[in-house]
Design a protein around this ligand. Structure first.
Ligand code: SF4
Length: 401
């Protein structure tokens, strides 16, 4: 990646508003596709970064013009992918200028960029911090060389540790508000002892304020899916993966981490604000190929092929392949589906939904999957128990409208 000459941007006023919403940007390109990944992305020899940035800017402006914008400053901006650390910071700067101009960012906004370890050079980090990025989510996935190779990751163990060292230093120096480390657990051959040692090492050496821990899942339309179907690779052991999740909780709690969401652990003050918007059904704009959005009660989904997405925007049309206004029952189910992921807060249901789901709530309580707290005016707070977390799919099935 080229180092970029970028300067700190002045605080632009942007439209006033409630600053409740967020913006998700999908940077839909990677250097190559990992064997387990089925995300919407492309791996061209040369990323058409200027055309893609033009398309994102055009989409942002078009959504505002169409009355499908946030109607106020964004509280969060999250750039995911794909590999957003391949986005030339000069082009990212151009996009951020458009965000300030078209929507505005709250002065305290959380601005997260996902990064792969091999891209986290000193120059790159300085460039994106100068643009106002204040949170980095780093895709480490493993600290075991054979595992990184089997997952076809581009980085090795030394690259991962160097990137974490750089982020930890920037955080300690107050240049970076927060950072998160992604790890994958439950891959074939990984023992419980190896998993616990990996967690210990990450926490002791780099003390990330936030951790995202994902069980390896086998998606059918991936190389890994094909290998499992052909019997060349064993499927992950669900039971062991469940044990590994609870082992992580036990291991991380003494170091000050709260297991606040199914896959997320945070030290005090470092809960991911943007991701919380999804779990709390707050509005967010979805920009980029394959991005989903939820604004003004409408769910949108974009064309997943990056080249087709760019063509749509270049032709002056939005790239939505789905626009849906969910009915009340669907929204109520989605509130439970996403809200139950918050293990600390649970989900607060209005009285009408407590009635709607009375049977599911009673069944789930009887099975020990949920606890409920009665609140004033007939509302109730539902929380998953540890037993419910192990059987989360069954819990959600009980609530399907
Ligand atoms: S780097 Fe991330 S987004 Fe890109 S292919 Fe690998 S897992 Fe998928």
């Amino acid at each position: 990646m080229a180092s970029a000459q970028v300067t700190a941007r002045p605080e632009a006023p942007g439209p006033a508003g409630t600053a409740e919403g967020g913006i998700y940007v999908h940077f839909a390109y990677c250097a190559r596709r990992c064997v387990y990944c089925d995300f919407a992305l492309a791996t061209p020899r040369r990323i058409p970064v200027t055309a893609y940035t033009d398309a994102l800017i055009a989409e942002l402006a078009a959504l505002e013009r169409a009355g499908m914008g946030l109607g106020g400053r964004a509280r969060t901006l999250y750039v995911g992918g794909g590999t957003p650390s391949l986005w030339d910071p000069r082009e990212l700067a151009r996009f951020l200028d458009a965000v300030h101009r078209e929507v505005g960012l709250d002065p305290t906004a959380e601005l997260t960029l996902e990064a792969n370890p091999e891209d986290v050079t000193e120059d790159w980090l300085a460039a994106v911090l100068a643009l106002g990025v204040n949170r980095i989510s780093l895709g480490v996935q493993s600290l075991d060389a054979p595992t990184l190779a089997s997952l076809s990751r581009a980085h090795g163990v030394s690259g991962a540790t160097l990137a974490m060292t750089r982020l930890a230093e920037a955080h300690a120096q107050g240049r970076l508000r927060s950072f998160s480390v992604d790890l994958i657990y439950g891959h074939v051959g990984q023992t419980m002892a190896a998993w616990e040692a990996e967690l210990d090492q990450v926490v002791a050496r780099f003390a990330p304020p936030h951790l995202s821990l994902y069980a390896l899942t086998v998606e059918p339309r991936t190389v890994l899916g094909l290998e499992v179907r052909r019997g060349k690779t064993a499927a992950p052991d669900d039971g062991l993966q469940g044990d590994m999740l609870f082992a992580a909780r036990d291991r991380l709690a003494p170091s000050g981490y709260t297991h606040y969401e199914v896959s997320s652990w945070a030290r005090p003050g470092h809960v991911a604000v943007h991701n919380s918007a999804y779990w709390e059904l707050r509005p967010w704009l979805g920009l980029g190929a394959g991005a989903h959005g939820f604004v003004a009660g409408q769910r949108t989904k974009n064309e997943p092929r990056p080249a087709r997405y760019v063509e749509h925007l270049a032709a002056g049309t939005l790239a939505h392949v789905e626009v849906e206004v969910p009915d009340t029952a669907t929204l109520a189910f989605e509130r439970v589906l996403t809200g139950l992921r918050r293990l600390d807060l649970g989900v607060v249901l209005p009285a009408v939904d407590v009635q709607r789901f009375a049977v599911a709530i009673a069944t789930s309580r009887a099975k020990g999957w949920l606890t409920t707290d009665a609140l004033p005016q007939g509302e109730a707070r539902l929380r998953l128990t540890d037993h419910g977390l192990r059987f989360m799919d069954d819990v959600l099935l009980a609530f399907v409208p």
